[in-house]
Design a binder for this molecule. Structure first.
Ligand code: ADP
Ligand code: MG
Length: 351
């Protein structure tokens, strides 16, 4: 096949996908991020027929009648539902790249904890969704590239990507991951911690969506001196009494919510500490000097940077647009796909 003709037609059809546990983003070569939707599929109970995917499906979480189930195919950083994952990828690719997709090349970011079987499943699903070739890249690498870290230099960079289902901590140097950790603690565990707190302390049952709203509105990991107003925020939740079952409202304060979030936040702090301990001394010296960069939606939790800085003694920075970093990193690879292909990086394993 003449190479030039492929490149000509493929340029706008090459895409990068951030297959996140909470959100999927698609980057199209030459266009930037063209799709950003929750990683949710609504299916008819007992079947694999998808009724809705993405934003529309997320609206149904916690509100579905018995006949509809809302599935998050990657909930805990692993694919827990292959069919739903495949359906989701197909749907998003169709939406992002309308029309025929005969030569689409895809760069797909996967959590570093996925098994070889899951990697093959993602390649398979992407191929069925119309990919001619699929390159898998590890999420922390994409996050670091998207955050603008000098990944190819002989200098240690630390990135902490806090997603919905997982947190990935990695030290990168010379284009490779030197040491990393993937833990199944992220935004979802924070939401669960809020649900537990409200049930335990106030005898009230609230849903996942409500807990997430609380976290985003008044959550924090540490007091933020520049934003004293955060301390006085309150958020009123509606739920159902554990005893009695009547609908009830409750006002939560910011310090309450910080206390509720302590456990998952501390787990993230611990993972960062442990990764630093595993890091070769030269590279940890680089990290001490240049700081740690936070990406992913969890990076938006106020005070998380301050808490990590206080626990490690290292400066911590939140990346610009942390929710977009992985997709932008995959986008950089997409823009450079010819170079990536030449290097023989990412190939279609198991096809
Ligand atoms: P993933 O890569 O796993 O799809 P994302 O990086 O998209 O995850 O982040 C999604 C997570 O970030 C969700 O758990 C969401 O609740 C959380 N999140 C989004 N905005 C905020 C915020 N302002 N404060 C705290 N958490 C947030
Ligand atoms: Mg992510």
């Amino acid at each position: 096949m003449p190479q030039a003709s492929i490149n000509k037609t493929a340029s706008s059809r090459d895409i990068g996908i951030d297959l996140g546990t909470a959100n999927t983003l698609v980057y199209a070569r030459g266009h930037g991020i063209v799709l950003n939707e929750p990683s949710v599929v609504a299916v008819k109970a007992g079947t694999t027929a998808a009724l809705a995917v993405g934003t529309e499906a997320k609206e149904t979480i916690g509100r579905t009648p018995g006949s509809i189930t809302a599935i998050r195919p990657l909930k805990d950083g692993v694919i827990c539902d292959y069919e739903a994952a495949e359906e989701m990828i197909r749907h998003f690719v169709r939406k992002a790249v309308p029309g025929r997709r005969p030569r689409t090349r895809m760069v797909v970011c996967v959590p570093s904890g996925v098994t070889p079987v899951e990697r093959r499943a993602i390649v398979h699903a992407s191929t069925r969704a119309g990919a001619r070739t699929v390159h898998l890249i590890e999420e922390p690498m994409a996050a670091a590239i998207g955050a603008g870290l000098p990944v190819s230099e002989p200098r240690g960079s630390m990135v902490v990507d806090i997603g919905g289902g997982t947190t990935e901590v990695a030290v990168i140097s010379l284009g490779g991951i030197v040491t990393s950790r993937s833990l199944r603690v992220g935004g979802d565990r924070m939401d669960a911690a809020i649900m537990d707190f409200v049930r335990r302390e106030h005898g009230l049952l609230v849903g996942e969506r409500t807990a997430e709203d609380v976290k985003v509105a008044v959550g924090s990991a540490w007091p933020v001196p520049d934003r004293p107003e955060l301390e006085t925020l309150t958020f009123t939740v509606r739920g159902r009494e554990k005893v009695g079952g009547m609908p009830q409202t409750l006002s939560l304060t910011a310090p309450d919510v910080r206390a509720a979030l302590d456990e998952p936040v501390e787990a993230i702090v611990e993972a960062v500490r442990a990764t630093l301990e595993d890091c070769p001394p030269e590279l940890s010296g680089d990290v001490m000097e240049h700081g740690i960069v936070l990406t992913g939606g969890g990076a938006l939790l106020p005070g998380l940077d301050l808490r990590l800085a206080s626990a490690t003694g290292i400066p911590v920075f939140v990346a610009d647009d942390p929710l977009d970093c992985v997709a932008l990193g995959s986008g950089k690879c997409v823009e450079d796909l010819d170079a990536l292909a030449l290097m023989g990086l990412g190939s279609p394993p198991g096809r």
